[in-house]
Design a protein around this ligand. Structure first.
Ligand SMILES: Cc1ncc(COP(=O)(O)O)c(C=O)c1O
Length: 475
């Protein structure tokens, strides 16, 4: 059973041609950005049961065109300004195919030496490109949510002198506390729950006017918990929050955390990529005093999902927390090599490092920096248009590539303004002409324009701005 090599070669050529045609359709701005299918429509288009006999690859490809493509909201469309930019660079698409095609699993160094060593070099290349010092040690995880879970597991174990090797959290006399803000990604609360802290032991630190963590409030909450006999354990701060790309002040947070020996995890899933630019690094001043960092190359760096970097200052601690080391995985070279299974949750490992390698080799770091710089400049351009237009308001300062805006016609406020915002943003998305994301900020709906789709040009942003004005002013 299985596809033979000749059929594979033919099918791979046809698939590459179909993918190229798809990207060309996107570039021609022919497809509606938001999928027009209704819930259940795609499932209903598939047969009720699996085929008993082989079908041709052409038939499969035909269904990709007929069923799958219309069922996609096109993240690589030049007029996609929703959620966040996600990596679609074709160099990393090739690497993903190679990674899967090699058909290997990185259980340990011996099982795939090149997988391990190329990962080590790639996380080092990116560490250097991000301006981080050589004291950081990285690994590639699937998603930032996993990295943040690793951070909170590591924090828990440091605070409890490795309680997992004894009775676990159930044997700890006082509750451990995690601090973050309401602007942090939902993965922080999920990680705190999964790591056993419990929702009652997560403190939501108030934010300032720019939605960044208020460090005095953090210090006050820590003192209150200490006085009550609880154990402050970790603070998760964000460089580029999900909704508004707010920047928590890492240096001040790390200073407060340092006084009380809290673990500092920096969620740079989105904003971390901006640190490729030396002129942006002031946004995470103090990063060298953190304990762990996550940066997602599968967001703004253009690398195909999934590829998330998790850096730690003390890899031995991470290994002590994550290692299980069953006998069948022990090898003679263990003392000389890295076994990444001990740096994360899964035992198996994909060759994700190829995606970074291909992307950097086929584009070069210079192009990557130029793209990030240009996206920030485009965001500044849109912000200037919004500032200059009557009845439009910038809801938050623009720190990276996301512009948060609202149309505020005279006489509309409160729930009526919310209804207006939701109505015009839905109209934009349903038009298929462009795609944006409504989101709540300080209790009111606003619209996020997230710039950075690889194929976007300045004319697309001009088009979007016209489109937003037309739809909002027509409501
Ligand atoms: C700031 C931030 N952190 C974490 C995440 C979660 O990333 P992932 O999907 O890689 O788990 C996101 C995703 O939008 C994010 O914006």
């Amino acid at each position: 059973m299985g596809m033979n090599s000749q059929d594979f070669q033919r099918a791979a050529g046809a698939l590459a041609a179909a993918l190229t045609e798809y990207r060309q359709q996107l570039a021609a701005r022919q497809l509606p950005v938001q999928s027009r299918v209704s819930p259940g429509e795609i499932a209903a288009a598939l047969p009720r049961s699996a085929p008993e006999r082989p079908e041709s690859f052409e038939a499969v490809l035909e269904d990709i065109r007929r069923i799958v493509l219309p069922g996609l909201t096109h993240w690589q469309h030049p007029r996609f300004f929703g959620y966040f930019p996600t990596g679609g660079d074709l160099s990393s698409v090739l690497a993903d195919m190679l990674s899967t095609g090699l058909g290997i699993v990185g259980l340990n160094w011996q099982a795939s030496p090149a997988l391990t060593e190329i990962e080590t070099v790639m996380v080092r290349w990116l560490r250097d490109l991000l301006g981080l010092s050589a004291t950081w040690h990285g690994s590639i995880q699937d998603y930032a949510s996993t990295a943040t879970l690793l951070a909170l597991l590591s924090a828990r174990e440091r605070s409890t002198d490795y309680s997992a090797h004894r009775g676990g959290l159930q044997s700890v006399p006082a509750p451990l506390i995690v601090y973050t803000t309401a602007e942090a990604h939902s993965s922080v609360l999920k990680a705190a729950a999964l790591a056993g802290f419990g929702r009652d032991n997560v403190r939501i630190v108030p934010v300032d006017g720019s939605f960044a963590m208020d460090v005095e409030q953090l210090a006050a909450l820590i003192r209150t918990d200490q006085r009550a006999g609880r154990v402050p354990c970790a603070v998760v701060c964000t460089v580029g929050t999900t909704s508004t790309t707010a920047i928590d002040p890492v240096a001040q947070i790390a200073a407060v955390a340092g006084q009380h020996k809290l673990w500092v995890h920096v969620d740079g899933a989105m904003g971390g990529s901006a640190m490729l630019l030396p002129e942006m690094r002031h946004l995470w001043t103090g990063i060298e005093n953190a304990d762990s960092i996550v940066v997602n190359p599968h967001k703004w760096m253009g690398i195909a999902s999934d590829c998330s970097l998790y850096y730690v200052r003390d890899p031995q601690h991470l290994v002590r927390v994550m290692s299980t080391n069953p006998s069948y995985l022990k090898t003679a070279v263990d003392a000389q090599v890295i076994n990444y299974r001990d740096w994360g949750i899964p035992l198996g490992r994909r060759f994700r490092a190829l995606k970074i390698w291909f992307m950097l080799r086929l584009n070069g770091a210079e192009q990557l920096r130029a793209k990030i710089r240009s996206d920030c400049a485009e965001a500044a351009w849109l912000a200037a248009q919004v500032r200059g237009a009557p009845h439009w308001r910038l809801v938050t300062p623009v720190s990276l590539q996301t512009v948060c805006l609202r149309h505020e016609p005279p006489g509309l406020a409160g729930d009526a303004l919310d209804a207006h915002t939701l109505s015009w943003s839905r109209a934009v998305n349903e038009s298929g002409l462009a795609y944006v994301t409504p989101s709540v900020c300080a209790g009111r709906w606003m619209v996020r324009v997230s710039i950075g789709a690889q194929a976007s040009e300045h004319s697309d942003l001009e088009f979007l701005w016209q489109c937003l004005q037309r739809h909002a002013e027509a409501q």
